[in-house]
Design a protein around this ligand. Structure first.
Ligand code: PMP
Length: 299
């Protein structure tokens, strides 16, 4: 069994810092029983100025927005949560770490939205979620949830049942990860990352509506603007992807990671020659606040 804490681990729970071994939760809440809760996945990086949380504001604004969309009462401000996050990192002596804020609803076995919640902010040291090697993906038999069934732009706990089904199915088939289509059969995203593909020197990514609009995805847009690479959002099919030159996943946990093959069909272009590979290098410098060297794009 994976361990994310030991007897010395400190986390923030229910208004105070405490040992992870002493944190307890009530077993009669809607988050545990029904998946009704919201969370975030954030990274901090070791920089020359000490540990820095990458895009803390954007992540905590999304957590507040997720709660609003779900009707979950929540009172912490972005500033408070950012401060607490730095305290959690400091208490554990972490620099390069993954932060996991989670909003847990108080006991209620009804199906009516709760009246009060508790915030957890835990941290652990976690390498790149999908590893460092190029990925072999399976187009999943599971589609992303219908946007009229749930709020797809919220990072809701229960949405990850769909992600776990898709990832586990891909792993069982010998693939590294799944790629999910939306309910209309267009490309959507990975179980925990957004998709981009490159064709003739341009990038393409599924439009908002059926995906979690990732903070790393937004960072890719920013980096592309800086590099003069054009990015188009739209509705694309698996055939568009099969005809692409290269592709990558991006997310806080996964960072930017190249894709080798989809359903065993390999991309023609060498990953090292792709725009994605340049963006990956740039991203890894950006999050560590290293001055980004100008990266030439000759595509
Ligand atoms: N899609 C899904 C389903 C995710 O879980 C994540 C990870 N939060 C992403 C995309 C990427 O989002 P971000 O870049 O904000 O981490």
């Amino acid at each position: 069994m994976a361990t994310y804490f030991n007897e010395n681990t400190i986390l923030f729970y229910d208004g105070q810092m405490m040992r992870a071994t002493e944190a307890h939760t009530n077993l009669y809440g809607q988050t545990l029983h029904y998946g009704y809760g919201a969370f975030e996945g954030i990274r901090s990086y070791d920089t020359d100025h000490g540990p820095r949380i990458f895009k803390a504001r954007e992540h905590y604004e999304r957590l507040i927005r997720s709660c609003e969309l779900l009707g979950i009462p929540f009172a912490y401000s972005v500033e408070e949560m950012t401060q607490i996050s730095y305290k959690v990192l400091e208490s554990n002596g972490f620099s390069d770490a993954y932060l996991r804020p989670l909003v847990i609803c108080d006991p209620s076995m009804t199906l009516i939205n709760g009246q009060s919640t508790r915030l957890v902010i835990a941290a652990w040291e976690w390498g790149a979620y999908l590893g460092e090697k190029l990925l072999s993906l399976k187009i999943s038999p599971y589609c992303r949830p219908h946007p009229r069934s749930v709020h797809m732009e919220a990072k809701a706990v229960g949405h990850y049942v769909n992600s776990i089904l898709a990832s586990s199915d891909a792993r069982k088939g010998g693939y590294d990860e799944a790629l999910l289509l939306d309910c209309d059969g267009y490309l959507a995203e990975g179980p925990g990352a957004n998709l981009f593909f490159e064709k003739d020197g341009k990038l393409y990514t599924p439009a908002q509506g059926h995906i979690l609009p990732g903070i790393t995805r937004a960072t890719v847009f920013e980096m592309c603007r800086e590099l003069g690479v054009s990015v188009e959002e739209g509705r694309y099919t698996a055939e568009d992807l099969f005809e692409a030159d290269s592709a990558f996943f991006c997310g806080t946990g996964a960072e930017i990671i190249g894709i080798k093959a989809i359903d065993h069909k390999e991309f023609k272009q060498a990953w090292t020659d792709s725009i994605g590979s340049k963006l990956r290098q740039m991203y890894l410098l950006l999050v560590r606040e290293k001055t980004t060297q100008p990266v030439s794009i000759d595509a």
